[in-house]
Design a protein around this ligand. Structure first.
Ligand code: FMN
Length: 330
């Protein structure tokens, strides 16, 4: 039987299956059920740069109010009903989860500009976070903002968060880098310990009747997994960062594929939101059966077996296969 214990971000996990960042953070009973169903760790939903910056601006406003309190200045503030300001309630939630759950709890920060907000990482560590996941959810919309300037800015954010804390920092990336391995080398040099591959972009659709954007969150399917497998397989052996898959893991074969392409941890969100915490028990069982059937005694034996570095046919990950596939289509 395959041994599922794994070491990820200096944490001993009984299973590589991790509840990824999601609204489940606010549902303690559901999280307890996820742990009962076999989750190895829990990532909280993100605390956004905008929330932290809003708090700083509010402090300035209090000081400035004696001098200048005009309508324009007030309009700079994000709507408080959308974002709760500051890290206070997030840290209280974190403490509660640490006390209530007997698996590691990882806090999540989400931001894109280097600045004072990154200092809040320290509060998360003090509140008991056992690692920090930093989500670099950025969208280039300004034609004068080059890939290089955007990446340098992101690396400065990583370094700035890493400098605040002693716990490991893992960075959640978008799949859209021209040269992912080179950027990942920069993330490693900035002091991060892990990667989460990948963010899912919530691409708004269009509502043609209302002539507006529709902002529904669509849950993933297994069809989103191969992009992650490709990213991890390409990076395995070329970075010391520990990789966690995120996106499209819905069954045991998905999880097994993530491990075979190089993942140390496998995050699951949509499957749990759609099916409930028991999805984790099902995926655990299916993954175990699959890996045992393949003869692996531990996750370490299976990890990266199908990576670019170890694949019997490395071309399958590369351009040549793409050309062959297109020519061979009937
Ligand atoms: C409703 C919802 C809320 C999410 N909130 C966050 C968040 O706060 N921070 C974050 O990094 N990812 C967030 N995610 C993304 C998930 O952590 C995960 O990366 C993504 O859903 C892909 O995994 P899946 O295919 O297992 O759903 C959210 C996803 C969903 C569906």
């Amino acid at each position: 039987m395959t041994e599922l214990t794994t070491r990820w971000l200096e944490l001993e996990l009984r299973s590589p299956l991790v509840v990824g960042a999601s609204p489940l953070t606010d549902d303690l009973d559901a999280l307890k059920a996820c742990v009962e169903a076999g989750a190895g760790a829990v990532v909280m939903h993100s605390l956004f740069e905008e929330q932290l910056v809003a708090e700083q601006m509010a402090a300035h406003r209090f000081i400035d109010s004696r001098i200048n309190m005009d309508a324009e200045a007030r309009s700079f503030f994000p709507e408080s009903e959308v974002f709760e300001m500051g890290s206070g309630s997030y840290c209280r939630r974190l403490e509660l989860l640490r006390n209530a759950l007997d698996v590691p709890v990882i806090a999540s920060l989400n931001g894109i500009s280097p600045g004072g907000w990154t200092q809040h990482a320290r509060e998360l560590e003090q509140a008991g976070a056992q690692a920090i996941e930093l989500n670099l959810y950025d969208l280039a919309t300004d034609p004068s903002d080059t890939a290089d300037s955007l990446e340098q800015r992101q690396l400065a954010v990583v370094q700035s968060v890493v400098e605040q804390v002693n716990i490991p920092v893992s960075v959640k990336l978008s799949p859209f880098y021209s040269a992912l391995p080179a950027f990942v080398a920069g993330v490693e040099a900035a002091g991060a310990r892990g990667l989460v591959l990948f963010n899912r972009f919530y691409q708004p659709d269009m509502d043609l009747d209302e002539l507006s954007l529709s902002r529904e969150v669509v849950l993933s399917s297994s069809a989103e997994l191969p992009l992650r497998l490709h990213g991890m397989a390409t990076l395995f052996g070329r970075t010391t960062l520990e990789m966690a898959a995120s996106g499209g893991v819905h069954n045991g074969d998905d999880a097994a594929k993530a491990i075979l392409s190089g993942a140390t941890a496998v995050q699951v969100v949509s499957a749990v939101l759609a099916e409930g915490p028991q999805a984790l028990a099902r995926v655990t069982e299916e993954m175990k059966r699959r890996l045992s059937g393949m003869g692996y005694g531990s996750l370490a034996e299976a990890r990266g077996v199908l990576s670019l570095e170890n694949a019997p046919n490395a071309q399958a990950w590369e351009r040549l296969n793409y050309a062959r596939l297109l020519h061979g289509w009937k």
